[in-house]
Write a protein that binds this ligand. Structure first.
Ligand code: SF4
Length: 580
C-alpha cells in the first residue's frame, strides 16, 4: 500500500486523493508540513483567510512499533506570529493516519457560506464533509463524546472549542489520546486557523483498515534497531527515571533552584511557591488519591511522562498535567493551590486553550489591573465566563500576551514574534533564550531545548548564565530537533539521543529499515538544516526580519533575581545563528 496525499478544499467542499510527489517521499512530520506550507502557502496571505492551508502529517516512524514515535505534525501560517508554524502532538491521530496510508492531509480554502461549521471524516481513499450545526457552540469533550458515539471507539478525533470557533489566538486544536482524554496541537493560534476554515472536528476512521502496522521494508533490521532504541530510552536517567516518576513537572524544583523559573510575570527566576506546585508534591497527591503517575500520550510511549490527577475525594480531575501549565499558573501567575491549577487545566482542555499563551497573558493581565497575582478563582472565572463566551474582556485575553500588552500600553511584555515566552527564563538560561529569539516558530522551548545542556548536563554542559557557546548550542539543537520532529518522536528522546551513544544510530537504522534507505547521521542533520532554512525563508518572505529575532527590551536592562542577570547578547551575535 503506497501512501497518498489527502486534500480537502473547503471552498467547494470537495476532496482529492493524490500520489505523493517524488520530492516529498522521504519526508514526514515537520519536514513534510514545513515543505508543503512553504511550497503552497503564499507567505503574505492572511493566516485566517482562504489562502492559508492546514497540513497534518504523521512522522516517518509513526504507525510502527518504534517507541515514542506517535507524534503528529501540523503546519500552517500562524495568526499569532505571522510566520510559519509547526506544532506536534501525541494522541492517536498520527498512528491512525500512518496506518491508513495518509502521508499528509492538506486542508485549503474556506466555505463561502460561513453560517455553520463542518465535520471532516477521513476513511480509506474517501473523505466526507458534512455540516454539524448541532456541534456549534460546544466544547471539546462534547464533540469527542459525539464522535465516539457515532463511530468505532478507536476513531481518531481532532476538534476545536468555542475559542477556536471565535478565532482566538490562544486557541489550540485538541486531539484524542488513547484513554479518551485530550492532548493539544498547541502554540501559534492554530485553533483559530481551523475555526477560520469553519471546521469543528476532523475524524480519521480506525475501523476499516488493517491495523497491523505501517509498512516496513526490512522487519528484522527494524526490530533489532527498535530494541536498542527502547533500551537507550529506558537506561537514560532522565527519560528512564525522572520523567516517569514525576512527569515533566519534575522541572519545577530543578529550574527554580537554577534561578530560571519565570515568576510574577518574569520579575524573578525564583518562586517561593515551588514546594506547593512541584512534581514531588504532585506525585504525592496522585499516589494518595488513587491517580496514576505514569501514562503515555500515545500508544508505544515507554517514557510515560503523563499522568492522571484526581481531586481530594479521589475523583478524576485532569490528565496530561504538564510543567508548562503548572509553571504558567503556579509561578508566573502565583496560584498556590495545585488542585486549583488542575481544575483550570481541565477547563482549558475542554475549551481548547494553549497553556503557555493563556498563562502568560493572565500573568501580564496583572500588570494591566485585570486580575491579582495568586487569584485562581478569578483566573478560572475569566476563562469560563469571559473567554468562552467571547465578551470584550474574553476577546482581549483571547488575543494573547503581545496584543494585550499593546492594548494596555505595557512595556514588560514577554513575547518573541508576538508569541509568549515559555517556562525557562532567557536571562538565566541563555541557550534557551537564543532558541526563543532565533527559531522561526516564535518563542518556543521545544524548537531547541537548550535546558538539556544548560541545566540538566545532557550532551555536556554550557554555563546557563554566560553567553559563550550558547548560539552554537541552540543552532545544533534546533537542527537536530527539526530532524527529530520529522520522525514522529517526542522531544524527550533528546536526552538519550544526546547521552547514549547507541540511541541516534538506532533511530536512523529504524528509518532505513522502514523505507529501505541508507541515510547516515549527516544526511539526517542535513535534513534538519534544510527544514530550518525553508522555515526561515518563509518568514522572511512573510515580512519578518532579523529585527524580529530579538528579546523583549526590558530583559536587557532589568536584572533578574536571584542571579541578577540581564540579556547581554549583541544583535550581531544573534544574527550569526543563521551562518550555516
Ligand atoms: S514521554 Fe511524555 S510527551 Fe513523550 S510520548 Fe510519552 S507521554 Fe507523550
Amino acid at each position: 500500500m503506497s501512501d497518498k496525499i489527502y486534500r480537502v478544499n473547503m471552498s467547494n467542499l470537495s476532496f482529492k486523493i493524490e500520489d505523493v510527489p517524488q520530492d516529498w517521499m522521504g519526508l514526514g512530520g515537520r519536514g513534510l508540513t514545513s515543505t508543503i506550507v512553504a511550497a503552497e502557502v503564499d507567505p503574505e496571505c492572511h493566516p485566517l483567510g482562504p489562502n492559508n492551508k492546514m497540513v497534518f502529517a504523521p512522522g516517518l516512524l509513526s504507525g510502527t512499533s518504534a517507541a515514542n514515535s506517535g507524534r503528529n505534525s501540523l503546519g500552517a501560517k500562524s495568526p499569532l506570529t505571522g510566520g510559519i508554524k509547526e506544532s506536534n502532538v501525541g494522541g492517536t491521530i498520527a498512528g491512525v493516519m500512518a496506518k491508513l496510508g495518509v502521508k499528509a492531509l492538506i486542508i485549503e480554502g474556506m466555505p463561502e457560506d460561513d453560517s455553520t461549521f463542518y465535520h471532516i471524516h477521513v476513511t480509506k481513499e474517501h473523505i466526507e464533509i458534512e455540516r454539524v450545526p448541532e456541534l456549534v457552540g460546544k466544547d471539546n469533550y462534547f464533540v469527542l463524546d459525539s464522535m465516539l458515539e457515532k463511530y468505532d471507539k478507536k476513531v481518531a478525533v481532532m476538534s476545536i472549542g468555542r475559542p477556536g470557533e471565535m478565532k482566538m489566538l490562544i486557541s489550540n486544536i485538541s486531539v484524542k489520546d488513547p484513554k479518551g482524554k485530550l492532548r493539544s496541537h498547541g502554540r501559534g493560534g492554530l485553533g483559530a486557523v481551523m475555526g477560520s476554515k469553519k471546521i469543528k472536528c476532523i475524524t480519521v476512521d480506525a475501523e476499516k483498515f488493517n491495523e497491523a502496522s505501517a509498512s516496513i521494508v526490512d522487519m528484522e533490521k527494524f526490530k533489532a534497531a527498535s530494541k536498542v532504541f527502547t533500551k537507550a530510552l529506558k537506561d537514560n536517567p532522565i527519560s528512564g527515571e525522572g520523567l516517569p516518576a514525576f512527569g515533566t513537572n519534575v522541572l519545577v524544583n530543578i529550574i527554580n533552584e537554577a534561578g530560571g523559573l519565570p515568576t510574577r510575570n518574569f520579575r524573578s527566576g525564583y518562586s517561593d511557591n515551588a514546594e506547593n506546585i512541584c512534581g514531588e508534591t504532585m506525585a504525592e497527591n496522585i499516589k494518595a488519591r488513587g491517580g496514576s503517575t505514569t501514562h503515555g500520550c500515545h500508544a508505544g510511549c515507554v517514557i510515560q511522562c503523563s499522568q492522571t490527577y484526581n481531586d481530594k475525594e479521589g475523583k478524576y480531575l485532569t490528565s496530561g498535567f504538564e510543567y508548562e501549565m503548572i509553571w504558567a499558573f503556579g509561578a508566573n501567575l502565583g496560584i498556590r493551590d495545585l488542585d486549583q491549577i488542575a481544575k483550570i487545566d481541565a477547563l482549558m482542555d475542554d475549551l481548547g486553550l494553549d497553556a503557555i499563551e493563556t498563562g502568560v497573558t493572565l500573568g501580564l493581565a496583572v500588570d494591566a489591573g485585570l486580575i491579582e497575582f495568586g487569584d485562581g478563582d478569578r483566573a478560572y472565572e475569566i476563562l469560563k465566563y469571559e473567554v468562552s463566551k467571547g465578551t470584550h474582556l474574553g476577546r482581549i485575553i483571547g488575543s494573547g500576551a503581545g496584543n494585550l500588552g499593546k492594548l494596555y500600553g505595557l512595556v514588560r511584555v514577554p513575547v518573541v514574534k508576538n508569541q509568549s515566552i515559555p517556562a525557562y527564563e532567557p536571562r538565566a538560561i541563555k541557550g534557551q533564550g537564543v532558541t526563543y529569539v532565533t527559531t522561526p516558530m516564535g518563542a518556543d522551548h521545544t524548537a531547541g531545548y537548550a535546558v538539556a545542556t544548560n541545566i540538566l548536563n545532557s550532551g555536556g554542559h554550557v554555563d546557563p548564565l554566560k553567553k559563550e557557546g550558547q548560539v552554537e548550542l541552540a543552532r545544533n539543537l534546533q537542527i537536530a530537533s527539526a530532524a527529530v520532529d520529522s520522525t514522529g518522536m517526542c522531544i524527550f528522546v533528546a536526552f538519550p539521543a544526546l547521552d547514549e551513544p547507541a540511541c541516534l544510530p538506532a533511530l536512523i537504522d529504524m528509518i532505513n529499515a522502514r523505507f529501505g534507505t541508507t541515510l547516515s547521521i549527516d544526511d539526517v542533520m542535513n535534513l534538519g538544516k534544510t527544514i530550518l532554512k525553508t522555515e526561515h525563508e518563509f518568514n522572511l518572505n512573510a515580512g519578518l526580519t532579523k529585527h524580529d529575532d530579538r528579546i523583549p527590551e526590558f530583559m536587557k536592562y532589568e536584572a533578574l533575581p536571584p542571579h541578577n542577570v540581564t540579556w547581554d547578547f549583541t544583535n550581531e551575535e544573534i544574527d550569526a545563528f543563521w551562518d550555516f
